[in-house]
Design a protein around this ligand. Structure first.
Ligand SMILES: NC(=O)C1=CN([C@@H]2O[C@H](COP(=O)(O)OP(=O)(O)OC[C@H]3O[C@@H](n4cnc5c(N)ncnc54)[C@H](OP(=O)(O)O)[C@@H]3O)[C@@H](O)[C@H]2O)C=CC1
Ligand SMILES: O=C(CO)COP(=O)(O)O
Length: 342
């Protein structure tokens, strides 16, 4: 059994700690908050983030150096905006090199970096080839209740992906491997924008037809950007692509869907974010993807519309009208070419 530090004690860090503890590992859950550390160790609950009891063998730490000492694996699960800060602290205290797995979903605005790229930039001991990502349709609330869940772990180094698979795999948490780090990270990050759109659509009172259209055409534009950057188009048909789009666009557990729903009902972005209390990654990633698509000259009309609702006060109904009245197209035109690529 391994000693594993999970860095980030929000909903997803806590749920993944439960999976690892169920698998018999010695789990240290690091938080930047001393009060939360005490609460978790006294009550075996992480009340703000999950309702369920946490196995007693998960020990919370607020001292990162103690949390990572002698570990065989580190799982990084903080919001994307905190990745660099946490990695800088980690880098300053690392004296050994355990396997490094991250489970965050986002793209950095301005640099367009994915999480693995940010980690590799901040950590002296790790290169891009060393990083593993864990992604897929997996709401923390259901994982914590041991409900059947499937995810993918991806790394350019297949031994690391297999190692991560072994650490997490159990009877209710099925883990696949992939070598398409780029595609898996992009799928997980970009689906959050479409989930905001699905929430907006529901908030406006539109029905299942509109949501199915958003998911399908959202997948097309995610695949368009992903393949233009070199991802395998088939990755977007897998768990971290279409799988995560379905779960995030259709579930009340999704913070992105919930935030979108409030926007669709007429709330302003700042009012929505105040109410959420948890990270809504799609907002920051929408800014990144909008600019990234512009730079790469990739057509992403849904992302474009959501960006304008979020940051330029555009009315959601107006965006829907514009999307519906775009120039007539053949449905599979560009998709056909993407899948014909090697
Ligand atoms: N929740 C889910 O079902 C899933 C989430 N993810 C991804 O996992 C990542 C984390 O999300 P999730 O756990 O849900 O988010 P939450 O909002 O539930 O929790 C975020 C956690 O990160 C902590 N945090 C914030 N900033 C820092 C910082 N600078 N240093 C250290 N800790 C910090 C927060 O601390 P504090 O309490 O002090 O704010 C909190 O413990 C996101 O990228 C998300 O997209 C992926 C799959 C599923
Ligand atoms: O990524 C997720 C499920 O796979 C969680 O999505 P939300 O951040 O929208 O809750």
């Amino acid at each position: 059994m391994s000693k594993i530090a999970v860095l980030g004690a929000g909903s997803w860090g806590t749920a993944l700690s439960i999976v690892l503890a169920d698998n018999g590992h010695d789990v240290r859950l690091w938080t930047h908050n001393e009060v939360q550390e005490e609460n978790i160790n006294e009550t075996h609950k992480n009340e703000k983030y999950l309702e369920i009891m946490i196995p007693e063998k998960i020990i919370a730490y607020s001292n990162m150096k103690e949390a990572i000492s002698n570990t065989d694996a580190i799982v990084l699960v903080v919001p994307t905006k905190a990745i660099r800060e946490v990695c800088q602290e980690l880098n300053s205290i690392m004296t050994h090199k355990p396997i490094l797995i991250h489970a965050s979903k986002g793209i950095e605005p301005n640099t367009f970096k994915r999480v693995s790229e940010m980690i590799a930039e901040e950590m002296n001991l790790y290169s891009y080839e060393d990083i593993v990502v864990l992604s897929g349709p997996s709401h923390a609330e259901e994982v914590a209740m041991r409900q059947p869940t499937t995810v993918t772990v991806a790394s350019l180094t297949s031994d690391y992906a297999k190692h991560a698979q072994d650490l997490f795999f159990n009877e209710s948490f099925r883990v696949y491997t992939s070598d398409d780090l780029l595609g898996i990270e992009l799928g997980g990050a970009l689906k959050n924008i479409i989930a905001l759109g699905a929430g907006i659509s529901d908030g406006l009172g539109y029905g299942d037809n509109a949501k199915a259209a958003l998911i399908t055409r959202g997948l097309a534009e995610i695949t368009r950007l992903g393949t233009s950057l070199g991802a395998n188009p088939l990755s977007f048909l897998g768990l971290p692509g279409v799988g995560d789009l379905i779960v995030t666009c259709t579930s009340v557990h999704s913070r992105n869907w919930r935030a979108g729903n409030l926007l669709g009902k007429g709330f302003k972005l700042n009012e929505v974010l105040e109410q959420m209390e948890m990270v809504v990654e799609g907002v920051r990633t929408a800014k990144a993807a909008y600019k990234f698509a512009e730079k790469e000259d990739v057509d992403m009309p849904i992302t474009n519309g959501i960006y304008h609702v979020l940051f330029h006060d555009k009315q959601p109904k107006e965006v829907v009208e514009q999307l519906m009245n775009r120039t007539k197209k053949e449905e599979l035109d560009d998709i056909y070419h993407m899948f014909k690529q090697e």
